[in-house]
Design a protein around this ligand. Structure first.
Ligand SMILES: Nc1ncnc2c1ncn2[C@@H]1O[C@H](COP(=O)(O)OP(=O)(O)OP(=O)(O)O)[C@@H](O)[C@H]1O
Length: 320
């Protein structure tokens, strides 16, 4: 079972550059959360701060009653064992084949025998669909395969928290769809706590249990998927619907005159699109964190946009 992460008033800057301030949120144990935000708002910095690779200026990251930023290097090292991290490019060692890359954390952090290591590496490679590719070097496989190899490596120590930094960057829509299904299936199998940084709005709308949005140095909103997808808060609405009209401009925040001009021109955001059903495990089972479609809206008296939660239409086969 995954563990809860409680972030309180977290603040990070580099010199005079404030990245974000007073970020507070709880990543519920075993649930999938997505973190969104315009480029440069500090999503990767947030992941690195969670795992203790960067120290915040102030604030707390509570995991199992321990406040990460206050831990000694030795205790931090121990608690990092709870984490698996999938970095953007898979972060594989170019000179090692896929097998050795995936075996690396086991050889570094455990005293397991090579036969035990072989069993675990084989199991994780099978989970991500890379059985048979053990001997290949990272340079000999596609970007999508490198991501999956990076994921297998992130899984070998059976982490209770998995952080994904843009798992879908550089992938075509079909491979992104496969990866999203893999993420849902992995969450069902491991019950770990997932946090995914992504720019892919379709991923954000269909995969997570919770969504967070960083904007202009603050956490604009964090909460259940249906809460954000039905929100009319301007920043959330603009970002989750990938629109130009709204407070977010090309260089992050529009200035007052741009916003006033937009207002005067009478352009309005289009109606909220329907909320799609959340992606489900491929074996037809359920994830522990899964809720029935529309559950949050119903229990909070929110009327979802028309057409929400309808069953996807079966694809009609057209005779050639
Ligand atoms: N080690 C560092 N030293 C100084 N500044 C840094 C460091 N790491 C990140 N930054 C700065 O912090 C800001 C946030 O960077 P980050 O990579 O977290 O953004 P992001 O939201 O993940 O962006 P993108 O969506 O484009 O990947 C950027 O301005 C970046 O230059």
């Amino acid at each position: 079972m995954g563990v809860e992460i409680q972030v309180e008033q977290l603040t990070k800057s580099f010199g005079r550059h404030a990245v974000w301030a007073d970020v507070s949120l709880t990543l519920p144990a075993g649930e999938i959360s997505v973190l969104l935000g315009p480029s440069g708002t500090g999503k990767s910095v947030f992941l690195k701060t969670l795992v203790g690779l960067l120290r915040p200026d102030r604030g707390s990251v509570w995991i199992q009653n321990q406040d990460l930023p206050r831990l000694s290097e030795r205790r931090l090292y121990a608690i990092r064992r709870l984490f698996g991290v999938l970095f953007q490019d898979g972060a594989l060692f170019g000179s090692m084949n896929i097998y050795d890359n995936v075996a690396f954390p086991l050889r570094e952090h455990t005293r397991m025998s090579e036969s035990k290591i072989r069993a675990i590496v084989g199991e994780k490679l099978e989970m991500v669909g890379l059985t048979g590719d053990e001997e290949k070097l990272p340079g000999q496989i596609s970007g999508g395969m490198r991501k999956r190899a990076g994921l297998a490596r992130a899984l070998v120590l059976d982490p209770q928290i998995i952080l994904f930094d843009e798992p879908d960057s550089g992938l075509d829509p079909v491979r992104t769809a496969y990866l999203n299904q893999l993420i849902i299936d992995l969450n069902q199998q491991t019950d770990a706590t997932f946090l995914i940084v992504t720019h892919d709005i379709n991923t954000a709308r269909t995969v997570p249990d919770n969504i967070g949005l960083l904007f202009h140095g603050k956490l604009a909103m964090f909460g259940p998927r249906e809460m954000l997808l039905s929100s009319t808060e301007p920043v959330v609405r603009q970002f989750l619907n990938a629109q130009r009209v709204g407070p977010i401009g090309m260089s992050e925040e529009k200035d007052a005159s741009d916003l006033a001009a937009e207002e005067a021109s009478g352009v309005r955001l289009p109606a909220l699109p329907p909320i799609q059903r959340q992606l489900r495990p491929s074996d037809g089972g359920i994830r522990r964190a899964e809720r029935p479609p529309g559950f949050w809206c119903r229990t909070h008296g929110v009327t979802p946009p028309p057409g929400s939660f309808t069953e996807p239409r079966p694809i009609q086969e057209v005779p050639l």
